[in-house]
Design a protein around this ligand. Structure first.
Ligand code: F6R
Length: 627
């Protein structure tokens, strides 16, 4: 969703803001703009389309001041256009906004009655009007913002500047993230650390209903009601190199290749290699967030085991790819630990009045940790009295901070809008979590636990071999893109992988795709099959294999063209398929981690071959901070 960058310091604000916005491009956007101080006023330049359009317009533009704000907009109210692009400017107040003002109709009507005229169709412009009215009354931007906050309903993060106070920037939030980067003689405010990490590693994470009052390189923090706040400054431990393409054509391809490492990093903290036991480390159920880092791993693992042993039911709630990871988790937890598990799409869960019995654990999964529906589902689960745990990639994200227990994907920054490495890290974590719960409930012998851990530890090396299909899909893409659509099918823990494969093709190649449980074929989708429909059948040698084979025979008999994914050198699958791709022999628990890689590569190469923007597919955003 929208990206925000504000700069107050001695460098050229135009350069810092453009660089920051470029690093936030992955969030998805359709227009961009800046307002930078020059000769006592904030000069505004905006452009529809990509940042390159804005850069072209900014070429040769000189700015004399130290202060500026910038924005990449992902349209919610009003079409993507220059007129609707941010910053919005009303009587010397310039403002950028991420989120949605839910009561904008009411505010608009009120402002209209007061004679206001609007130059855009956005909800954001209304906030600029409200602040402009208040600065007129108070003569102070900070006070004006304080008075406007209670008027706003919805989710928002906002930066505002006013030309009568040319050293001041005010930032406030309720919902989408805002971060303050603290440099030596400069402050950068942004939606995400990516935008600031080249300038400073020191960051403050604003919480909801907090205001940052930045004057020059000084900052003060307040609650929305004006109480001064002291907040810790965190020091980031990664650098700007982590967010470069490192020679790959796209971030997505780089991230696909980073998957073996991502899995290794996700599981490393949680395995006691000497005893070959899972030792969930740092989950910290109920420990205050700021104290998590000082936890004693052994003690916490023992406490976590005890807390989980009393759980009667688990809910896993997430959106999109994270939801499919959760569905794999259901197979793992039910089969290994024998706990009933319900999986839910967050936007359904939050509105369906779910029955959450006592002794329930609600696990929310979110790479970004900011997905609005998932965050709302988490809050609902807490209100219902459930124990909650998050699986996030972004530490200190809203979901991570609000959950009672925490696991981290540890995948490193994921820039491609289509999630890949965070997905496999989550599968690996759910694997460990299922083993841990199974042991806590007496469902797993030490021997079985060791066996499953060995399978998981072997998986990063096995993933490397599957990555070699990159070349094959690169060559096959030309032909594959000619199909009317692709039907992905599988059984068991690989069934969610079929759905994930279909989602990837839809979002990247904009081709029609369906993910189905192979056993459902006769109940409808068989009618879709002809020689223009490609079937991707995930059929590893497991206890579903014979049944999947029959499904494949049925598809072949109806003229379907088949790519099958099987284990080792499988002659039967070769006979039935146009193309056969071999996966390494693996336990069913880790098979989804291997099987998803060819499906990611397929979507990537077909989309690239079609000339699509693979890292930023149309209409999509990386961090979905509005519902
Ligand atoms: C698809 C994809 C999305 C996300 C979804 C949830 O490739 O990446 O479906 O999985 O928007 O995002 P997070 O995990 O950040 O909550």
């Amino acid at each position: 969703m929208c990206g925000i960058v504000g700069y107050n310091g001695p460098r050229n604000p135009k350069d810092v803001i453009l660089d920051g916005l470029r690093r936030l491009e992955y969030r998805g956007y359709d227009s961009a703009g800046v307002a930078i101080l020059h000769n006592g006023e904030f000069k505004r330049v905006r452009a529809s389309g990509k940042l390159s359009e804005l850069s072209k317009k900014l070429e040769g533009e000189a700015f004399g001041g130290r202060l500026g704000i910038g924005h990449t907009r992902w349209a919610t109210h009003g079409v993507p256009s220059e007129r609707n692009a941010h910053p919005h400017k009303v009587e010397g107040v310039s403002l950028v906004h991420n989120g949605i003002i839910e009561n904008y109709q009411e505010i608009k009507q009120e402002l209209r009655q007061l004679g206001a005229e609007f130059t855009s169709d956005t909800d954001s412009e209304l906030v600029a009007h409200l602040i402009a009215r208040q600065v007129r009354a108070t003569g102070d931007l900070f006070k004006a913002v304080q008075q406007v906050i209670p008027r706003l309903k919805g989710a928002y993060s906002i930066l505002a500047v006013w030309e009568k106070q040319p050293d001041t920037l005010v930032a406030f939030k309720n919902g989408p993230p805002l971060i303050l980067g603290i440099g030596d003689d400069e402050i950068i405010v942004a939606s995400d650390v990516q935008a600031i990490v080249s300038y400073t590693k020191k960051v403050i994470y604003l919480d909801d209903f907090e205001i940052a009052h930045v004057r020059g390189s000084d900052y003060k923090l307040f609650s929305a009601t004006g109480e001064p706040l002291r907040k810790p400054v965190h020091v980031l431990n990664w650098n700007a190199d982590a967010i470069e393409k490192a020679g790959f054509r796209h971030f997505m391809l780089k991230e696909i290749y980073e998957q073996p490492r991502a899995v290794a990093q996700a599981i490393a903290p949680h395995i006691d290699l000497e005893r070959m036991r899972v030792r969930l480390s740092g989950v910290g159920f109920g420990v205050p967030y700021e104290k998590l880092e000082g936890l004693d791993a052994e003690q916490d693992a023992a406490k976590t085991a005890q807390q989980l042993s009393g759980i009667d039911r688990i809910f896993i709630v997430a959106c999109g790819t994270s939801y499919y990871a959760g569905q794999v988790g259901k197979y793992l937890l039910e089969i290994l630990a024998r706990v009933p598990v319900e999986t839910d799409i967050a936007s359904e869960f939050r509105y369906r009045e779910p029955v959450i019995p006592p002794h329930s654990l609600v696990i929310v999964i979110s790479q970004s940790g900011e997905t609005a529906d998932t965050l709302a589902a988490l809050r609902l689960a807490k209100q219902a009295g459930a124990m909650t745990m998050s699986i996030c990639n972004v530490k200190r994200s809203s979901i991570d901070r609000e959950a009672q227990g925490h696991l981290y994907m540890n995948s490193g920054v994921e820039i491609g809008v289509a999630s890949t490495k965070a997905f496999v890290s989550t599968l690996a974590l759910l694997n460990l979590f299922a083993l841990f719960v199974a042991r806590s409930r007496g469902q797993l012998t030490a021997e079985q636990e060791k066996h499953h851990l060995e399978a998981l530890l072997a998986v990063p090396a096995q993933m490397e071999t599957v990555l070699s299909y990159d070349k094959w899909f690169g060559e096959a893409a030309e032909q594959l893109k000619g199909y009317r659509g692709i039907l992905y099918m599988a059984r068991g823990a690989n069934y969610p992988i079929a759905m994930e494969g279909a989602l990837k093709l839809k979002e990247l190649a904009y081709m029609h795709a369906e993910g189905y449980a192979a056993g459902e074929m006769k109940h409808g989708p068989l009618a879709l099959i002809d020689e223009r429909m490609l079937i991707m059948m995930v059929a590893p040698t497991d206890h579903h294999y014979e049944k999947t084979l029959s499904n494949l025979e049925e598809a072949k008999a109806r003229g379907g063209h088949i790519i099958s994914l099987g284990t080792g050198d499988n002659q039967e699958l070769k006979r039935l398929s146009q193309y056969y791709l071999s996966l390494p022999k693996a336990e069913w628990t880790v098979s989804p981690i291997l099987a998803v890689i060819p499906l990611q590569l397929l979507a990537y190469h077909v989309a690239d071959n079609l000339g699509h923007d693979v890292d930023q597919p149309r209409n999509l955003a990386k961090s979905v901070t509005v519902e």
